[in-house]
Design a binder for this molecule. Structure first.
Ligand SMILES: C[S@@+](CC[C@H](N)C(=O)[O-])C[C@H]1O[C@@H](n2cnc3c(N)ncnc32)[C@H](O)[C@@H]1O
Length: 245
């Protein structure tokens, strides 16, 4: 890992053809830098996960991190859990992500066991869970599959268990959509991305990251059975919802 550059310059030079974004090895090397400079509020959001884990994770239950990437949310949960006899199951379908995540988990000294699984999150069963985190991952799942996935998470949660769902969102109000998109781009520029990088990355994500409105998310979660859905964090066009069973 150390021989690779960790600054995200993947889209800094003009590309002849812009292909769909994938979480491959080249992204893994720069992912921490990329997500921190691209997602407004990411570090604040992460810093609250231990607080939420301490509150919601119960004895003899499981926690899940779906779309765990390099394990940032896994580690945040792991450091907040106060309950006994718990384990965290962290899932990602990118082998390169899981491989690097394994190293970060091994270097972390917290005691809660973490099981890493390289799989599609649509193929795993959530069982006996008190907390499920899905940070900026549902947006990469085909829209037709989203309800089924959330239904199965709901089924696998214990009563009073929570799903923490963070997503980039779209606004139904055109002006709001435009202003929030502009502010997001300002945020990226303030973090050193050029206009070229912003526009090439946007094209690469166009077909793979499909945002929805907060209303759509709330409606789907309520339909799945969650008794309460709360927006607990928002920064421009990025939100985090807490859905309680
Ligand atoms: C934006 S990243 C998630 C960031 C991470 N949760 C965090 O808090 O740092 C999205 C991740 O979801 C993974 N992913 C996308 N689709 C997936 C699927 N169908 N099954 C499993 N993982 C998936 C990608 O490989 C990627 O690592």
């Amino acid at each position: 890992m150390s021989k690779h550059k960790t600054q995200d310059i993947l889209y800094s030079q003009p590309l002849e053809a812009i292909t769909d974004f994938v979480f491959d090895e080249s992204v893994v090397h720069v992912f921490r830098d990329m997500i921190g400079r691209s997602v407004p509020g990411y570090s604040t959001l992460l810093s609250m996960i231990p607080v939420l884990a301490r509150h919601y994770v119960k004895n003899n239950s499981r926690c899940y991190d779906l779309g765990c990437s390099l394990g940032a949310s896994t580690l945040a949960m792991r450091h907040g859990i106060d309950a006994q006899d718990t384990e965290i199951i962290s899932v990602d379908n990118s082998p390169a992500m899981i491989e690097q995540c394994q190293r970060y988990i091994a270097n972390d000294k917290a005691v809660v066991p973490v099981k890493l699984v390289c799989a599609d999150i649509r193929d795993i069963s959530v069982i006996c869970a008190s907390m499920v985190v899905m940070n900026f991952t549902l947006q990469f799942i085909e829209r037709n599959d989203r309800s089924k996935l959330l239904d199965s998470i709901y089924q696998g949660l214990n009563t009073d268990g929570v799903l923490l769902l963070s997503e980039k969102i779209h606004f139904s109000d055109e002006v709001e959509q435009e202003w929030m998109t502009d502010l997001h781009h300002e945020f990226k520029k303030a973090n050193g991305y050029s206009e070229l990088e912003i526009s090439q990355k946007r094209s690469a994500l166009e077909n793979v990251l499909v945002p929805e409105t907060i209303e759509k998310h709330k409606q789907r979660l309520t339909k799945a059975g969650f008794r309460k859905v709360i927006v607990w964090f928002q920064c421009f066009n990025f939100v985090s919802l807490l859905a309680i069973k």
